[in-house]
Design a protein. Structure first.
Lengths: 117, 116
């Protein structure tokens, strides 16, 4: 079963508008972290924001906020006041609690966001 | 700039060959992770090293191997290359303290491997 599901292969948004990129996850672990990364056309992976499963408040980082709904197992990324430079591929990822120092991220398939004038 | 460096940036080689990808983590980071991004498989975790020791293994082929050296840099060795190995290979690093749930991973710029 898919652990991270991003159902929107592509999204368009007008400059200065807000956009929500969807992410649902599947885990039986009570302790986990959710991450969003941005991948511009140049290829690098840029960390944007994270949310811990025990966090009571939604994470925010500048124009990025994470709409975390634990019961629905969703962690949607909200970008406010979109800019042309936000055009990129966006990946949702999860890390489940592991013992000791073992760790890995499981990624979704990504959503390509295009910001238009 | 994440502080993680990867060399080379691009690599073109032929089927059957062997290549080595190199990664230097951020200063102070003890964990190194390797990921493969291909069109058909998406972003997949390959392997993790922590302070020189292998800690977690993902969908890494037997033709692939990795190691982390005492200075914490890591190398990913890919051998008997096939056309399907063409992909973007990322290295990421984190501090990864034991018990740290929100261990942020910082990615390098990637090495784009093309197998002809």
């Amino acid at each position: 079963a898919q652990k991270i599901t991003q159902t929107q292969p592509g999204m368009f948004v007008q400059e200065k508008e807000a956009v929500t990129l969807d992410c649902t996850y599947d885990t039986s672990d009570p302790s986990y972290g959710l991450f969003w990364y941005k991948q511009p056309s140049s290829g690098e992976m840029i960390f944007l924001i994270y949310q811990g499963s025990y966090d009571q408040q939604n994470a925010t980082e500048g124009r990025y906020s994470l709409n975390f709904q634990k019961a629905r197992k969703s962690a949607n990324l909200v970008i406010s006041a979109s800019q042309l430079g936000d055009s990129a591929m966006y990946f949702c990822a999860m890390r489940e609690a592991t013992t000791g120092t073992a760790s890995k991220l499981t990624f979704g398939t990504g959503t390509r966001l295009q910001v238009t004038l | 700039d994440s502080g993680v460096t990867q060399t080379p940036k691009h690599l073109i080689t032929a089927t059957g060959q062997r290549v080595t990808l190199r990664c230097s983590p951020r200063s102070g980071d003890l964990s190194v992770y390797w990921y493969q991004q291909s069109l058909d498989q998406g972003l997949q975790f390959l392997i993790q090293y922590y302070n020189g020791e292998e800690r977690a293994k993902g969908n890494i082929l037997e033709r692939f191997s990795a190691q982390q050296f005492p200075d914490l840099h890591s190398e990913l060795n890919l051998s008997s290359l096939e056309l399907g190995d063409s992909a973007l290979y990322f290295c990421a690093s984190s501090v990864r303290l034991a018990g740290d749930i929100l261990d942020e991973q910082f990615f390098g710029p990637g090495t784009r491997l093309t197998v002809l």
